[in-house]
Design a protein around this ligand. Structure first.
Ligand code: SF4
Length: 239
């Protein structure tokens, strides 16, 4: 049986992206393959707890309010580093799976795709994240999503239309036109919605509103399916 290192398990309200306001069960997995400059997540596996699939199933099903959650948010760290574990765990819980990923682990995505309902994929801008080769990794990731959708459509194993894909982009004043071009290229090629998320420092927006609006307009000119959604959980003061 597979095991995974998990940092936190809790029920709360989704505070980012198009599913904002839905009650979710959050499972925060340890470890990450990236080191973003703005990362404020503690994903250190040394302080995480090891769970077997049985242990985790028992734990989440016993949580007060589990029956009312809209979906299960798989977050981290990077949950796709635990793809084999997820494949064994997800079919047991009978809730939609909402994957929050840094969109760089294409091998993991291929493995779990059939068990995922919503894919919230980050596009890491080098200007804000410090990740230099992010667009190469994203190209492979979104290519894998498309391949998996095509395979599903060809084999009709299940309703592959159920999968929803969108990409979140955290940006600050340093965002470059070249990064907007590359992000839009990916979104047009792989047909997904872009969610712009202005970088925040605690409860405060780090960027002046006119700059935010200007960035939003630049995206909209090239990709109509773009929305601007700040982090809402910080205003609600929830986890
Ligand atoms: S991908 Fe997420 S968890 Fe990993 S370093 Fe970046 S912000 Fe932190």
């Amino acid at each position: 049986m597979n095991k995974a290192k998990i940092k936190e398990i809790f029920i709360s309200t989704q505070g980012e992206g198009p599913f904002v306001g839905y009650k979710q069960l959050f499972i925060r997995f340890c470890d990450c393959n990236l080191h973003c400059d703005y990362c404020d997540t503690d994903f250190n596996s040394e302080t995480g707890m090891e769970y077997s699939v049985d242990d985790l199933e028992r734990k989440v099903k016993a949580l007060k309010g589990f029956e009312h959650v809209h979906s299960v948010s798989l977050t981290g760290g990077e949950p796709l580093l635990w793809a084999d574990f997820l494949n064994e765990f997800l079919p047991r819980i009978n809730k939609p799976a909402y994957l929050e990923t840094n969109a760089t682990v294409h091998v993991g995505l291929k493995k779990v795709f059939d068990n995922i309902d919503y894919i919230s994929a980050d596009i890491k801008l080098p200007s804000s994240s410090g990740i230099k080769n992010s667009f190469e990794m994203h190209e492979k990731f979104f290519g894998s999503v498309r391949d998996a959708i095509l395979t599903c459509a060809a084999t009709k194993q299940y309703d592959c239309e159920r999968q929803v894909l969108f990409a979140k982009i955290v940006f600050d004043e340093n965002i470059k036109d070249e990064e907007i071009e590359k992000s839009v290229e990916l979104a047009e090629k792989y047909d997904f919605q872009i969610i712009l998320q202005p970088k925040m420092n605690g409860m405060k927006l780090e960027i002046p509103t006119p700059v935010i609006e200007n960035v939003f307009d630049k995206f909209l000119e090239k990709h109509k399916n773009t929305r601007l959604i700040p982090q809402v959980h910080k205003f609600l003061n929830i986890q």
